[in-house]
Design a binder for this molecule. Structure first.
Ligand SMILES: NC(=O)C1=CN([C@@H]2O[C@H](COP(=O)(O)OP(=O)(O)OC[C@H]3O[C@@H](n4cnc5c(N)ncnc54)[C@H](O)[C@@H]3O)[C@@H](O)[C@H]2O)[C@H](O)CC1
Ligand SMILES: [K+]
Length: 464
């Protein structure tokens, strides 16, 4: 089983809530699985639960209820009114109402009886531990380690990754192995089906959209859009979407015939006119000047098919570093890198793989992405996103989004996220935000929806 980091687990957790699988249900499953393992290991009836005030403690409170036929004592570190989450508090209150043996521990001496138990459940901290462990929690870790009794850690040994950690006999970890747990590890399912890890949700947004409060202008992404020619709206939509998705700066490099129109569409855009009515090799020096001042290049929308444009792209794209490649830049023979955002016929064109309509299989997409070292975001009713090793699906979005320009919006959002996150995470979150913004716009506009309506809903989609 592939290990999972605490951040990724938090994302899975948030997505489960979005799909209606609530934290209290997961906690119940975790506590039940933990109780079975504890029962299997306990050499006698006396079980001590040492619980912190987060959800890790909550899991062990559930286990205490499932082990009610044994002699269970719960040691809660601190006061019950300081329990941090609703789910853990609810489980504490059940035990309180049912007169379980509950002790609110204020000092480490109150943990001395630990040496008299047959098994200790270590539930002080799980994946939520931050910074150095001090005070009562540090003393409790020492008390567990010096108890001389068998210890079963809940999810992760408490304090793992800090200077002070529990050294258990074994750990019951939930859903998937957590990174870097030493010793014996038992992985317990908690009812999270594979689909809850396949479909994209707001947890994926949490993995890209964090912003340090003290960040400076430019630190949250500078996006260069190269597009336009036969069309002027497409690059403007991509650039505006990048700004709404959190980029600090969006520059559009566009053919001279449309540069003025684009600049007139929004005062938020910086527009650099190219030398001709289409992108041509003569523009490469200007673009090379712009590249170092941007983090990501979003290229292709509205460029048209002039042979000189193709020649310019073939030379330019390998120099772009992080790129989101869309539309008219998705042609065979033009090098690809970073993220590509084709719909099905563009995928067929660019991959030269013969697939019948509506039939791009996950495996086909993955092996193409792997062979080309690319992240592919294949737009469809369910978007498929893969970097060749992981494949994800996005089911947000609606039939109103078949209107022109929504693909340009998606590419712009992907550009903004890619400036701060690895390509797969950026593409996954972009697909979710674009579809969710489209769903919010659809509520108001129905089939009259426009790409600009989707852009206006990006902020609301990002607050989910
Ligand atoms: N991810 C899932 O799907 C599920 C996880 N479960 C369990 O929940 C924990 C994670 O819970 P969380 O509340 O986020 O964090 P913790 O319980 O690990 O601890 C948070 C608690 O501790 C305080 N705290 C953090 N660091 C310190 C410190 N250095 N010193 C003192 N206090 C600290 C913090 O303020 C909080 O109050 C996961 O491991 C699973 O066991 C679910 O129950 C099932 C689904
Ligand atoms: K623990």
């Amino acid at each position: 089983m592939i290990p999972i980091s605490p951040d990724e687990m938090r994302a899975v957790d948030a997505n489960c809530t979005y799909f209606g699988l609530l934290p209290i249900q997961l906690m119940e499953n975790a506590g039940s699985a933990l109780a079975s393992e504890a029962r299997r290991r306990a050499r006698g009836k006396k079980i001590a639960v040492v619980a912190g005030r987060g959800n890790n403690g909550g899991d062990a409170l559930v286990a205490a209820r499932h082990l009610a036929d044994l002699e269970v004592t719960v040691f809660l570190l601190g006061r019950s009114r300081e329990i941090a989450t609703q789910e853990a508090r609810q489980n504490w209150e059940i035990l309180e109402h049912l007169n379980f043996d509950l002790r609110e521990v204020r000092c480490s001496e109150e943990l001395e009886p630990l040496s008299r138990y047959d098994l200790i459940l270590d539930a002080i901290f799980g994946t939520g531990v931050r910074g150095p462990v001090r005070g009562l929690e540090a003393e409790a870790i020492d008390a567990i380690n010096s108890s001389g009794r068998p210890v079963l850690s809940v999810d992760v040994p408490s304090g793992l990754g800090t200077e002070k950690a529990v050294e258990p006999d074994a750990t019951v970890t939930f859903h998937r192995p957590k990174v870097a747990i030493p010793g014996e590890v038992v992985v317990a399912g908690i009812g999270i089906p594979p689909a809850a890890e396949f479909y994209v949700g707001p947890g994926d947004l949490g993995l890209v959209a964090r912003r340090a409060s003290e960040s400076h202008k430019g630190e949250n992404g500078r996006v260069l859009v190269i597009g336009g020619g036969p069309y002027s709206g497409a690059p403007a939509l991509a650039a505006m979407a990048a700004l709404r998705a959190g980029a600090d700066l969006a520059t559009v490099a566009a053919p001279r015939n449309v540069a003025g129109i684009i600049a007139g569409l929004s005062p938020n855009l910086i527009v650099r006119p190219l030398s001709d009515d289409h992108l041509s090799p003569g523009d490469l020096d200007l673009i090379r000047e712009l590249l170092p001042r941007h983090d990501v290049v979003v290229v292709g929308m509205g460029l048209g098919r002039h042979p000189e444009t193709r020649e310019a792209l073939a030379e330019l794209i390998p120099e772009c570093g992080k790129a989101v490649i869309d539309a008219d830049a998705l042609l065979p023979g033009i090098p690809l890198q970073g993220i590509i955002t084709p719909h099905e016929s563009e995928f067929r064109r660019v991959s030269t793989i013969r697939v019948p309509p509506g039939r791009v299989e996950k495996e086909t997409l993955m092996s193409f992405a792997r062979d080309m070292t690319l992240t592919v975001l294949l737009k469809g009713k369910v978007d498929l996103i893969t970097d060749g090793s992981v494949v994800r699906g996005n089911a947000t979005g609606n039939a109103g989004m078949t209107v022109g320009g929504t693909g340009d919006v998606l590419a712009g959002i992907a550009g903004a996220f890619y400036s701060k996150a690895p390509p797969l995470r950026a593409a996954v979150a972009a697909a979710f935000v674009n579809g969710t913004a489209g769903d919010l716009a659809f509520v108001e506009k129905g089939y009259s929806l426009l790409a600009t309506d989707v852009i206006e809903k990006i902020p609301a989609a990002m607050r989910l």
